[in-house]
Ligand binder design. Sequence first.
Ligand SMILES: *[C@@H]1O[C@H](CO)[C@@H](O)[C@H](O)[C@H]1NC(C)=O
Ligand SMILES: *[C@@H]1O[C@H](CO)[C@@H](O)[C@H](O)[C@H]1NC(C)=O
Length: 341
Amino acid sequence: MKWTLFASVVLLASAHVLALLRFPCAQLVLDRLDPLVNPGAIPSPHLHQIVGGNSFNATMDPKKDMPKESTCTTCQFSEDFSNYWTAILYFKAKNGTYKRVPQIPNSGFDGVNGGMTVYYMQDGLYDFAQKSKVTAFQPGFRMYIGDVNARSRKDVERFRQLTYTCLDTINTRDPQTLDFPAKPCKTGIMTALRFPTCWDGKNLDSPDHMAHMSYPESGSFETGGPCPATHPVRMGQLFYEVIWDTSKFNNKDDWPADGSQPFVWSFGDSTGYANHGDYLFGWQGDALQRALDNPCYQTCTTLKSQNNAAMNKCAGKRVVNEDIDGWIKELPGGYQANYRK
Ligand SMILES: *[C@@H]1O[C@H](CO)[C@@H](O)[C@H](O)[C@H]1NC(C)=O
Ligand SMILES: *[C@@H]1O[C@H](CO)[C@@H](O)[C@H](O)[C@H]1NC(C)=O
C-alpha cells in the first residue's frame, strides 16, 4: 500500500464522546538549534520552530530527566515536557528576498500562539474508539522522520505520510499531496507528519534517528497492519499538524512568472518533498501510558491540563541572534531556494 489519503475528519462536534489524544502546543521558540541531528551545534544548519518543555537547548543529553529540567511547557497537557519541532516555511518574493510565513492555531485551538497540534493515536484516525493497546515511548526516546535531501516524489514515498493540505477553510483535510500545493491556498497550508509506529523494543535512538522504528510489515497503522519481527512493539502513532498562514502571500502577481509556487523550507527545499520532523520524548512519569490506556479527547481526566495563557507564557528566548523576520536576502544559515550558498 502507498501512503494514504485518509485524514478527512473535522474534529469539532461532540468532542467529549471522541477518544483521541489531540492537543495544541504553543510556540516555544524559533531557533537555529537541533539537539537531535546536530547536538551541541550553535547554530545548527537551518531554522526550526519548536514546541514543548522549556529545557530545550542545543544539547539535550538523553540521560537528563526532561520533565525535571523544564519549569514549564507550551503544550496543553502540562505533564508533557517533550520537544517537537519542524523546519520553518518562507515565502520567496519576485525580487529574491524571503519572508517568514507565520503559524496559526488549528481548528478548535483559537488563542494558542502558533505552534503545532500533536496527536498520539492507538488506532487509525477514523476509529474514534481508539481501542487498541499501544506502548508509550520511554525516557530518553527520540526519533526523526523525513529526509532533508529529498527533492522528488520517489525520495519521499518511503515515508508514506508526510503531507500537505491546501486549506480552503481551517477544517479542510483533503486532498493531501507530498509536495507543496501548486496554487494559492485561501486559509493557509497545513503540513502533516506521521511517525512510524513499530519500535525495536531496545534502542531509544539510532544513528539516523529512524532505524529503531519501522512502519507496519503490511497494511498500515491505520488498517491495523502488524509490526515486523525486527520491530515488534506497537507504539502509539505520533502525528504533527502545523498550519502556515500563507494567506497574505496569495496575490498571484507576486508569484514566480514561470508558474512555480513561491514557498520554500528554511533549508532551501522548494519542492516540499523534504518535509521532516523531530521528537524528543519527555512526558512526566507514566502520564503518556496512562492517557493511552484511558483514551480521551481534548478533555482528558487522566491528564493535567493548562489554559492557553499558561501555554503561551512558557515561550522561551532565541539563542541564535539573527534576522529571521525581515525581507531577508538569504535564508538563515545561508540557504537559497534550491541550493546552498
Ligand atoms: C543544556 O541544558 C543542560 C541542563 O539542562 C545543561 O547542562 C547544558 O549545558 C545546556 N547546554 C547548552 C548548550 O546550553
Ligand atoms: C522585495 O519584495 C517584497 C515583496 O514585494 C517587498 O516588501 C520588499 O520591500 C522588496 N525588497 C526589496 C529590497 O526590493
